[in-house]
Design a protein around this ligand. Structure first.
Ligand code: HEC
Ligand code: HEC
Length: 259
C-alpha cells in the first residue's frame, strides 16, 4: 500500500508534525517502516537532546520566565535594574552559573527558580545561545581605557589596572582583559555590568555563597578586598563603557565635528 498523497489526508491530521502522524499514513514496505521508525525515534531524541536556546530566551520553558524580560532582547542586560549582560560570555561559564544557581551553591534569590526549572540540556542550549550573541561591549574603546596611567587616589581604576600587590591582589584586568572585556571562556567580562551586581558577586565569594570557580581565584581576590575597595572597583567597571566613550571622543575631537 503506497502512502496516501498529502491532499487526501484527513484535514485534522495535516498540521501534525510528521512523527506524530499515525504510521498507516506513512509507507508500508518493511524497509520504509523501519526507516520511518528510526526517523521518528531520532527526531524525538533530537527534540529532547537539543532544546532551542533562542526559544527559551524569548519564551521561557517549563514555567521559567523568558530571559529577555530581564537580560534584554540581545542579552545586553539592564544596568539600571541591575541585570547582568550575558551576550558574548563563555558558554561553559554561563552553563556552570545556571547549574550553580539551580543547585543553590550560587545563592541567587532572583535566578534560583528559573535555573531550577530548566533541565541540564536546556541550560546548555540557552548558555550556548547567549555565548554566540555579539558582546554589547565596544572592545577596542574599552581596551583603550587600560592605557592611561591610573591615579593612585582612584581606588577602582587602580585595582583594575594595577592591583594591590601589598596584599597579593593582581590587577583585575590581568585576568579579565584590558578594560574588563573578558578573556576566553573562563574570565567573564566585567565592563558595563551593574555596580550592585559586581559588588554582590564579590561579597558572595567572601561569604561562601558562590562556588569558588577555576582554581579558587576569585575567593582569593575577594577576601583580600575591603568593602570600600569592592564598592570602588564595582563602580569603576560599571561606568567603564561611558568612560571609554568619553575617552574616545577626547582622543578624536574632530570626529563628528563639521568640516
Ligand atoms: C526577573 C529577572 C530575570 C529573569 C527573568 C532571568 N534572569 Fe538571569 N539574572 C537575573 C539577575 C538579577 C541576575 C544576577 C544574579 C544575582 O544577583 O543573584 C541574573 C544572573 C544570571 C546569570 C549569571 C550571569 C553571570 O555573569 O554570572 C545567568 C547565566 C542568567 N541569569 C541566565 C538567565 C537565563 C538563561 C534566563 C532565562 C531562562 C534568565 N537568566 C532569566 C535576573 C533574571
Ligand atoms: C587571577 C585571575 C583573576 C583576577 C586577578 C581577578 N579575577 Fe575576577 N574572575 C576570575 C575568574 C576565573 C572568574 C570566573 C569565576 C567562575 O567561573 O565562577 C572571575 C569572575 C569574576 C566576577 C563574576 C562575573 C560575573 O559575570 O558574575 C567578578 C564580579 C569578578 N571576577 C571581579 C573581579 C575584580 C573586581 C577583580 C580585581 C579586584 C578580579 N575579578 C580579579 C579570575 C580573576
Amino acid at each position: 500500500m503506497p502512502s496516501r498523497p498529502l491532499s487526501s489526508r484527513p484535514q485534522s491530521l495535516r498540521p501534525l508534525p510528521i512523527r506524530l502522524q499515525p504510521f498507516f499514513l506513512r509507507s508500508c514496505t518493511v524497509a520504509r517502516w523501519a526507516g520511518a521508525l528510526a526517523l521518528g525515534a531520532s527526531a524525538l531524541a533530537n527534540a529532547q537532546s537539543a532544546p532551542d536556546g533562542q526559544q527559551i530566551s524569548t519564551q521561557g520553558a517549563n514555567g521559567a520566565p523568558a530571559c529577555v524580560t530581564c537580560h534584554g532582547a540581545k542579552g545586553e542586560g539592564n544596568a539600571v535594574a541591575g541585570f547582568p549582560h550575558l551576550a558574548g560570555m563563555g558558554a561553559a561559564y554561563l552553563a556552570e552559573q545556571l547549574e550553580a544557581m539551580a543547585n543553590g551553591s550560587r545563592v541567587s534569590p532572583v535566578m534560583a527558580a528559573t535555573a531550577k526549572a530548566l533541565n541540564p540540556a536546556q541550560r546548555q542550549a540557552v548558555a550556548q545561545y547567549y555565548a554566540q550573541l555579539p558582546s554589547p561591549l565596544n572592545i577596542d574603546r574599552l581596551a583603550a581605557t587600560a592605557q592611561p596611567p591610573a591615579k593612585a587616589d582612584d581606588t577602582g581604576a587602580w585595582l583594575a589596572n594595577r592591583g594591590a600587590w601589598d596584599k597579593n591582589v593582581p590587577a583585575c584586568n590581568q585576568c579579565h582583559g584590558p578594560g574588563g572585556i573578558g578573556v576566553g571562556a573562563n574570565f567573564p567580562s566585567l565592563a558595563g555590568q551593574p555596580a550592585a551586581y559586581i559588588a554582590g558577586q564579590l561579597r558572595a565569594w567572601r561569604q561562601g555563597q558562590r562556588p569558588p570557580g577555576p582554581l579558587g581565584l576569585m575567593p582569593a581576590v575577594a577576601t583580600r578586598l575591603t568593602d570600600a575597595e569592592i564598592d570602588a572597583v564595582s563602580a569603576y567597571y560599571a561606568g567603564l563603557p561611558k568612560a571609554a566613550d568619553l575617552l574616545a571622543a577626547q582622543a578624536t575631537p574632530a570626529a563628528g565635528a563639521k568640516p
